[in-house]
Ligand binder design. Sequence first.
Ligand code: NAD
Ligand code: DAU
Length: 343
Amino acid sequence: MKKIIVTGGAGFIGSNFVRMLLKKKARQKVTVLDKLTYAGNLDNISDLMKDRRLEFIKGDICNARLLDSILPGTDIIYNFAAETHVDRSILEAGSFVKTDVVGTYTLLQKTLKYSIPRFVQISTDEVYGSILKGKFRETDPMLPNSPYSASKAAADMLVRSFHKTYGLPAVITRSSNNYGPNQHPEKFIPLFLTNAIEGKPLPLYGDGKNIRDWVYVEDNCRAIELVGRSGKTGEIYNIGAGEEKTNLYIARKIIEITGADKSLLTLISDRPGHDRRYAVCTRKISRLGWKKKVGFSEGMQKTARWYIDNEKWWKSIKEGAFKRYYSRMYSRRIDTSVKKGTE
Ligand code: NAD
Ligand code: DAU
């Protein structure tokens, strides 16, 4: 039986990935190792727990002793575990360095120790930095601009070094912005969807014209699985949907879909170091046989539907510890904003 470890499997992309793996009838044991930080949520996989092929272990990827007890005999590790929110990394970077850098290092050491034949590092297009024209290729240098992206870039460097120095059989995926079910409401699309449903302001940073390329989470999960299975050892694979949108365009779409009042749209002071545009060339992953299945309008409809149908899921997050974070991050900026209901 194939033994698969998914770190961060109770988070947004990790939980969608585990769901996809378990849909296959394959003889496999999937172990989710997750610290259950504020971003981890067992509800994301609770309906899958009845599948005896799934095991959940609450723990930290920085815990070397715990890894000694879990990793022997593993066939493949997918490392999704990370601190992931750029805004939080601006408030406090230490936990990002700890999990994203030291955690990845600890996993790499143990992968080597137990001769695990495949290590898939889930990285991000943010490691390249911002690009105003054209698209980043896998061979471009990394120029990260936030403590989050710098921590992810550091992890990528470690993965590369373990491959080059010790022959560790690793591959790296660098995807663009994901959206879909189970994404924490701190992130742009779920925050705007849930605020719109609640009739609260939609706090758009700067001029709202920053651009991201949005890939539906299930498309990214298929790409990651493909890279794990068929990617060339030591290589990096960009993943993106070619769905470049300004934040303002998305905010207006959300208002249209939810029927919210236009006046909720509020331009607030910008994120420090805010990357203007992300775009990646996806020729390499296409050559492996991947292409997106879900376009942006279909994906947004599905995502909005999920948040409308799963109010209990996001309300329990928004009404918990998130309240303090939200107030610290937004209250003053919203109160002092000058442009509302931007045309
Ligand atoms: P998320 O914040 O929703 O989930 C992260 C998960 O990791 C949580 O379940 C959390 O409890 C767990 N975790 C955090 N620290 C841990 C630790 N020390 N040990 C074990 N578990 C820990 O994140 P996400 O959006 O699902 O992102 C998953 C991965 O994909 C990350 O590595 C992220 O950098 C990368 N990524 C995300 C996006 C995106 O748009 N969301 C895009 C590109 C790459
Ligand atoms: O590109 C991949 C990355 O995408 C991942 O590596 C990160 O883990 C993930 O969080 C995401 O980073 P972004 O910074 O692009 O995502 P975020 O959802 O925070 O913001 C998306 C855009 O929306 C960005 O331009 C900032 C803007 N924004 C965000 C929030 C939360 C707003 O205008 N208002 C907001 O309240």
